[in-house]
Design a binder for this molecule. Sequence first.
Ligand code: BTN
Length: 234
Amino acid sequence: MIVGSKYYRLNEIGSTNDYIKQILENAPEGTVVVADVQSSGRGSRGRSWYSPEGGLWMSVLLKHHQNCLVSLIAGVAICETFSGYGIDTKIKWPNDILLNDRKIAGILPEIVDENVILGVGINLNVRQFPDDLRDKASSIFIETKKHLDPQSFYHNLCKSLDTYYGLLKNEEVDALLSKWREYTLMRGRDVSIELPGRLVVGKVLDIDHQGGLIIMRADYAIEHIIAGDCRLLN
Ligand code: BTN
């Protein structure tokens, strides 16, 4: 198994993604860093990520250059792992995992040289959120009243990440995309996506081989969007 080939467990750290950057030169592929608490957890687009005790905050070092596809494997692996516990989570492109319309996990893939540092934040047993997050964010504990054992969840997630990373390594992207379609709530939805300098509004048709969203605009033009802030309109 590549994922988890080396494992660091820390009590408290600024950010597990940043920790991997510090040890990058001597870290083999698949190195995982897990922290109980992050004091400066980072989210997408420069936002901070609330990382108290009770969550699973981890980063994996992968020798791959396509961060969007790496993000897809993370989304699929997270949903598959939850599904093993009978919990039906959904992928909101590009990096959110939702349960009951609330965000319960986020993915932060960062490219450094020829590597992707895959950051995964899962609000497993987080008991409460600050006021400004309460409407959008939630945890498995809050939504289901189930307490999932973080250690066994971690092992199941690594197994699943390893499976889908294997597909990516073997260039079996179609198989990966089929799995993504199973777990996403995006297809057929109307969305607006904020890009630098413009807003794309349209209906989601599918995902492409780079992990980009395929959108049909109102004028029937087709756009492939590789990254952006996405809002669901219906
Ligand atoms: C998002 O905004 O949706 C992405 C959140 C990613 C959070 C995880 S927690 C582990 C890793 N370390 C960080 O600082 N961020 C990611």
